[in-house]
Write a protein that binds this ligand. Structure first.
Ligand code: ADP
Ligand code: ASP
Ligand code: MG
Length: 449
């Protein structure tokens, strides 16, 4: 394909009901370069599915949740004028969903969990394609599992980039000549064809991966805010949208809690220099944020982010001073359990690090086995109810006064851990969750208002 291609992704609130999907369809139709529409599950559906997958529920409780899912999906279906064709397909998907939800090993088998978790996006893409067709577009619903090859780490799968490119060129690109393809975010398949998922919020990542695989020039992330803000607009009304951001800044913000983008979204964009746009599907005319390689300005302070539900682990041995290889043994255990450490500080006899463990994630990170193994070699303390707050910016290590400005803004707070220096784009600290809102507001006031 010669012309530039745009991939447009629409999140859960954007595809929550018939009217919001109509707004999305209009956005797709208005931009003739948009050839791929990546959709999330309708708002609320994935949380229902996580419950079905992870909680030991009675048959009545399962029925109740399934009923709620039906209501959301059928409400959309009932508004589509010529829905006969998709109606049967939607009921088939709902029946498939129920069979996984009632699977006797649903709480223990991650492969069954992922099959269940994928259903929200599969229903959503079916309905969005139908609504696009109703608006006159030549749209098809495309099963992303044909191209989005991953490893078999169910619930947290990693993409196989080479395979995805190959499969997308063979199976997706030819469709784009004359059609708009609607496909599922968040979902993939392993080499055996078993359904996998990319982790919560993974649809942004899917859009960027598809954009990379088909050589798209732009990737739009349509959501419920008019761009990436100086901080989460739910924390302070003074947050304001940013017209531009660099790939590095956006990656840093996403990693440290700006939920508007999945943390891995910037990787494909950075590799292929794909410009990423973030805007509101409800108010597309209000513009948004362009994320790109080179920005007009590189200010020392760009944004403040907050990441909730951090678990802080401190491992301590009085012998550490002399014990060569202690750190190696600790991190061997961490790596074996596939835990990803975010922040870390060390002293002569102790190391503290944080792990991310958000609610509604698919598995408990600091699990019993890891704790037992660590306790065999040292004293271990686990603290919960903590948040990480991060200031994101540029050249933070070389600009005079950066840290004093930050620390004087938050001098009233008790900080549990501070990380600064390893990365020129961020300064992070860990704080009790009951104070993090206030700390973000204090920082935002000092740095941006
Ligand atoms: P979607 O369902 O479209 O993927 P998400 O809920 O995942 O949307 O992400 C959008 C939300 O991200 C916003 O409603 C906002 O509350 C939150 N958010 C957190 N940090 C930021 C930020 N810095 N800028 C914009 N939104 C943010
Ligand atoms: N539906 C999935 C979730 O809620 C993926 C996404 O929306 O990006 O996590
Ligand atoms: Mg999201």
């Amino acid at each position: 394909m010669q012309n530039p291609i745009n991939v447009a992704k629409f999140g859960g609130t954007s595809v929550a009901n018939y009217q919001t999907i109509c707004n999305c369809a209009q956005i797709v139709i208005n931009n003739t370069t948009t050839k791929v529409m990546v959709v999330s599950a309708a708002a609320g559906i994935t949380n229902h599915l996580v419950k079905l997958a992870n909680e030991a529920l009675s048959s009545e409780q399962i029925t109740d949740i399934i009923e709620k899912i039906h209501q959301i999906e059928i409400a959309i279906l009932s508004k589509i004028p010529s829905a006969q064709n998709v109606e049967t397909k939607l009921y088939d998907l709902l029946a498939e969903l129920e069979s996984y939800a009632r699977h006797e090993e649903i709480n223990y088998r991650d492969d069954v969990k992922d099959a269940l978790m994928s259903m929200g996006e599969r229903m959503s893409s079916l309905l969005c394609a139908a609504i696009l067709r109703e608006k006159g577009a030549n749209a098809i619903n495309f099963d992303v599992r044909k191209i989005l090859r991953t490893d078999e780490r169910f619930t947290q799968a990693s993409p196989d980039l080479a395979k995805i490119k190959l499969l997308a060129e063979q199976l997706l690109l030819p469709e784009l000549e004359h059609k708009i393809v609607v496909t599922q975010g968040f979902v993939g398949a392993d080499a055996q064809g078993r359904t996998t998922t990319l982790g919560r919020g993974g649809s942004d990542f899917t859009a960027a991966l598809i954009a990379e695989a088909i050589g798209a020039k732009t990737c739009e992330i349509w959501t419920d805010v008019i761009g990436v803000y100086t901080t989460d607009p739910r924390i302070t009304q003074h947050a304001r949208p940013l017209p531009e951001l660099s790939f590095e800044e956006a990656a840093e913000m996403a990693t440290f809690g700006a939920k508007v983008l999945h943390p891995a979204t910037m990787e494909p964009a950075l590799r292929q220099n794909i410009k990423v746009f973030v805007g509101s599907s409800k108010e597309p005319d209000k513009g948004g944020t362009w994320i790109k390689r080179d920005c007009d300005h590189e200010p020392p302070f760009r944004a403040v982010t907050r990441r909730k539900d951090q678990v802080m682990v401190t491992v301590k041995t009085p012998k550490m001073m002399y014990a060569k290889g202690f750190l190696e043994r600790v991190f061997h255990i961490i790596a074996k359990h596939e835990l990803s450490v975010d922040l870390i500080t060390t002293s002569e006899i102790a190391v503290s690090f944080t792990l991310d463990n958000p609610p509604n994630s698919m598995s408990e990170k600091m699990n019993k086995e890891t704790l037992i193994e660590l306790s065999n070699i040292c004293e271990v303390t686990v603290e919960r109810h903590l948040d990480a707050v991060t200031v994101v910016g540029n050249n933070m290590h070389s600009e005079a006064g950066v840290s004093s400005k930050i620390f004087s803004a938050i001098s009233a707070f008790n900080l549990r851990m501070i990380c600064f220096g390893a990365n020129v784009h961020n300064l992070s600290f860990v704080i009790d969750e009951s104070h993090s809102d206030e700390a973000v507001r204090a920082l935002h006031r000092a740095l941006f208002e």
